[in-house]
Design a protein around this ligand. Structure first.
Ligand code: 6PG
Length: 247
């Protein structure tokens, strides 16, 4: 039985919030983002967030841009993955987020895009150095992630080399199934971070979500690995996506 609009502990690594519908899920995600930001700013003087691509994050950015509740001068933006396209390309995750967030007074020196359009291996190393230089050992206050219908998250696609990287925070990943290279956070990078939110909405996520949540941690679905007992992952769902989960 699904209990709607409540936060439930699914297991020792994962909490689930199942909203009754998509607008309620986005409203909760926005509230959760603002709450994380306010708490981080209060405790550490700034909010360090890794943004992602996907349709739900896009709605979250659009909603955030309309609200006047945060001190944007204390917000630092990074990205959890990027496609090999220039920053003004419609497929760029940076471009998508900045289209919504550009009007906000975030200092440009606090916006760090992944340069994945060229020299991707080299630029992945540089991005990792930027993280080491600017962040503490917990890296991000919040990592935003989506989940694809193949179970990928960030650009950690099934059966790709980046899945087994344990000694790097950011890598270039060859994704044969998409015939491309992407820049992506690794699992150790995501796992060190204070909070991870994964957004999965709509009927197209129903089958894969049930598999991801019930599969063993080392399953073929990268999203199964998200969440640790120290830093639980928060899955934000709607009742369509959660339709095959028993709680
Ligand atoms: C990609 C997508 C992808 C996306 C998920 C979730 O680069 O393949 O950006 O990683 O984040 O498929 O997307 P939705 O939020 O649209 O469900």
């Amino acid at each position: 039985m699904l209990i709607k609009n409540t936060l439930v502990s699914f297991d020792e690594r994962r909490d689930l919030f199942v909203a009754k519908d998509k607008p309620s899920a986005i409203a909760f995600a926005v509230e959760n983002w603002i709450h994380s930001a306010q708490r981080a700013i209060q405790q550490r003087g700034r909010f360090v967030v890794a943004l992602s691509g996907g349709s739900t994050p896009k709605s979250i950015y659009q909603a955030l841009a309309l609200l006047q509740v945060l001190d944007w001068s204390k917000i630092w933006l990074f990205w959890s993955d990027e496609r090999a396209v220039p920053p003004d390309h419609p497929d760029s995750n940076y471009h998508m987020a900045m289209e919504a967030l550009r009007p906000l007074p975030i200092p440009p020196s606090q916006i760090f895009r992944m340069e994945a359009e060229a020299d991707i291996e080299q630029n992945a190393k540089k991005y990792e150095e930027i993280l080491h230089r600017n962040l503490d050992k917990h890296l991000f206050d919040l990592v935003m992630l989506g989940m694809g219908e193949d179970g990928h998250t960030a650009s950690l696609f099934p059966h790709t080399a980046a899945l087994t990287v344990e000694d790097r925070l950011v890598v270039a990943n060859h994704v044969p199934q998409k015939d491309c290279h992407r820049m992506t956070f690794t699992f150790p990078c995501i796992e060190q971070s204070r909070h991870v939110a994964i957004y999965a909405l709509g009927p197209s996520k129903q089958e894969i979500l049930a598999k991801v949540l019930t599969a063993p941690i080392q399953s073929p679905y990268p999203s199964s690995r998200l969440g640790t007992p120290e830093h639980k992952a928060l899955w934000i769902l709607d009742s369509e996506a959660a339709g095959k989960i028993s709680l």
